[in-house]
Design a protein around this ligand. Structure first.
Ligand SMILES: [Zn+2]
Ligand SMILES: [Zn+2]
Length: 637
């Protein structure tokens, strides 16, 4: 167990359908200072952990009967869960904060006490902490003793570590942030607790910096920018959670798809196309109907006139895998064909509760950068390595620098995992070896595997510091069995292949919402809906502008000419508001010298560039997919 206040924190599960990699998160990584927990600076970890105790102590001052749940440190600070008779609201936070500052000034030391289990249970019962008693009962199955920490009047069952005394925490380096409801043990059938979140950083300045950048991030909400930049819309006539991609947003989708398809082509993938619905029998076979029916849209029943045709049930597909498995099964396979890499930008549908839908982030229809790799056991390692390399390429390209790797393993005690201990151990070892050989730093987490096999998760954090899964690579030994997939081996015997599920770019919906927020809507030229806006300084120069636009258009450049009657400065402002990466200004000098005055989005300076040179540079920015929305990137000028 990690040093967590009486707890292992619950990792939020974003998607209940296992095969839907949850792809990219909302929000902007704030700063590299916020490390994942296993790498969180030890001093900061102790600070945040201790603050959870201080919060509980303050809450007990105002709510002496509060039952304490879990209170772990998190990436932006800490939280603690309380069961309260009389509720606490946001308006109580300033008073609690004041009490916490006072506790910090009291210089209370954290003293550890180790008690044999019987005594520990007795202590907890005397304290009247029922939730702690429940958790301790689980802990004593595996532990002979339990540890407690006392600071001032407050005692908590806890592993530590903490700061030595509360005065080591700067009184202004924390702030209570918000209150939310949270089920005890993350279980909807258990009582709803009150979770109080606090922010905590090494210093007051770093706290302020975090708050400031979070405000900026919230301003960049993809729903707001999506509307302003005319990327997508959601109309209830079509349906909640079913985004309509407008021409501008569709450009981004298709450019991303083109990029993915090229990389997949180079890595030996072949493409397939499958329908959006499937007979219910398919999902009985896959097990999804038994396990995940709640996340699927209800079936469509068809009745044909012919009395010999029985009625059938069809479902919108919640994932592409079963369709791909049927393609594998479409004829006998030989070891010579493996690895077989089937790729599809497949659209899937999930029944999300309407209250949970949010912009592009929680939707009911999503298009996934999906592929399934069917391979022999000997090929797993190499295939996973290639898949990991592809993820790395994307993360570097899109500068997703706050990614850490989690190896998600099964938990023998949990029912949901397929029973086959030997294969679990074998496949988990393969993934472990791959990560070690690639010298990837990772943490192992029990019980987070898919029900059909272990996986490598790329974790990240959202704007609120909450951990989310950016992408996952899953190694599946269960579906080949269920679908009776086989191939003829070199010795003529029939063997089961393994399947690797992967979707490095996740879904268009989540990935594009991520990019919008990360970049504040300013896309690089290759992804921009309008790549160049030509602005004539006066109407006289319109023919020159139009001719230039014609040339560019013929070279597949997305170009627009501002032919409105707006003033010159208004035209430039409009292009900037639409975050067009390149503005080409033309006036008498430009016509005379056959040049353009090139103004880049967000750049102070502009330059007069010979027309031919400007065109060549622009074409290479597009062709080479240069990330010119980052100021440190050199332009081919
Ligand atoms: Zn503690
Ligand atoms: Zn899959």
């Amino acid at each position: 167990m990690e040093g967590v206040t009486g707890s292992s924190p619950v990792t939020p599960t974003i998607f209940s359908l296992e095969c839907l990699p949850s792809s990219f998160f909302i929000g902007i990584p704030m700063s590299d200072k916020y490390e994942p927990k296993h790498r969180m600076d030890e001093a900061l970890f102790k600070m945040r952990h201790s603050m959870a105790h201080v919060l509980a102590q303050a809450v007990l001052q105002v709510r002496p009967k509060a039952q304490l749940g879990f209170g772990p440190p998190i990436r932006t600070g800490f939280y603690y869960d309380f069961m309260l008779e009389e509720p606490l609201t946001e308006s109580d936070l300033p008073d609690l904060e004041k009490r916490m500052r006072k506790i910090l000034q009291e210089k209370e030391t954290f003293q550890r006490e180790e008690l044999p289990k019987a005594e520990a249970m007795k202590k907890l019962e005397t304290m009247g902490q029922k939730l702690k008693v429940e958790y301790a009962q689980e802990l004593i199955q595996e532990n002979e003793s339990l540890s407690f920490y006392k600071s001032g009047t407050f005692v908590d069952m806890c592993e530590g570590p903490h700061v030595e005394n509360t005065s080591q925490i700067p009184v202004m380096a924390f702030k209570l942030d918000s209150i939310a409801g949270s089920y005890w043990r993350g279980d909807v059938k258990r009582p709803m607790l009150t979770r109080i979140y606090g922010l905590c950083f090494p210093s007051e300045n770093e706290l302020k910096e975090f708050i400031k950048s979070r405000e900026l991030a919230l301003k960049r909400d993809h729903r707001k920018l999506g509307q302003e930049l005319e990327l997508f819309t959601i109309d209830e006539h079509v349906g909640k959670g079913l985004p309509l991609w407008l021409p501008n947003g569709t450009v981004i989708r298709e450019e991303l798809e083109k990029f993915a398809k090229e990389l997949e082509f180079k890595d030996g993938y072949v493409r397939v196309a499958t329908p959006h619905i499937a007979n219910g029998e398919l999902y009985k076979l896959s097990g999804h109907l038994q396990l995940y029916k709640d996340s699927m849209f209800p079936p469509m029943r068809t009745v044909e006139k012919d009395p010999d045709s029985p009625p059938e049930e069809f479902y919108l597909k919640p994932m592409n895998c079963p369709h791909h498995h049927m393609i594998y099964l479409s004829r006998p396979r030989s070891y010579r064909e493996l690895p077989l890499r089937l790729a599809e930008y497949g659209t899937v549908y999930r029944f999300e509760k309407s209250g949970q839908l949010a912009g592009l982030l929680r939707v009911r229809g999503l298009s996934m950068n999906d592929a399934h790799i069917y391979c022999t056991q000997d090929q797993i390692k190499d295939e996973i390595k290639k898949v990991v390399a592809m993820h790395k390429l994307y993360f570097e390209k899109f500068r997703m620098d706050k990614i850490w790797v989690r190896l998600s393993l099964h938990d023998q005690d949990k029912e949901k995992f397929t029973e086959n201990e030997e294969l679990w151990v074998k496949t988990e070892n393969i993934l472990r070896e791959v990560l070690k050989e690639l010298e990837v730093e990772y943490e192992e987490v029990m019980g987070e595997a898919a029900f059909y096999g272990p996986k490598i998760d790329y974790q990240t954090e959202n704007v609120l510091g909450r951990e989310e899964t950016a992408a996952t690579v899953q190694l599946d030994f269960t579906m080949p069995e269920r679908f009776q997939l086989e191939y003829t081996a070199q010795d003529g015997s029939k063997q089961r292949p393994f399947i690797i599920h992967r979707a490095p770019l996740g879904t268009h919906e989540r990935f594009i919402s991520f990019l919008i927020e990360r970049w504040g809507g300013a896309f690089p030229t290759w992804l921009s809906p309008t790549q160049v806006k030509i602005v004539p300084v006066a109407e006289d120069f319109l023919p020159y502008a139009n001719q230039m636009a014609g040339d560019l258009h013929a070279q597949m450049i997305r170009v627009e000419v501002d032919s409105t009657n707006d003033s010159f400065s208004k035209k430039v402002r409009n292009a900037i508001t639409k975050k067009v990466p390149n503005i080409w200004i033309v006036g008498s000098n430009e016509v005379k010298d056959v040049t353009v005055t090139w103004r880049r989005y967000a750049a102070e300076k502009q330059a007069q560039v010979p027309m031919a040179k400007a065109q060549t540079a622009l074409l290479s920015m597009v062709r080479d997919r240069i990330m010119d929305n980052f100021p440190d990137v050199d332009l081919p000028l």
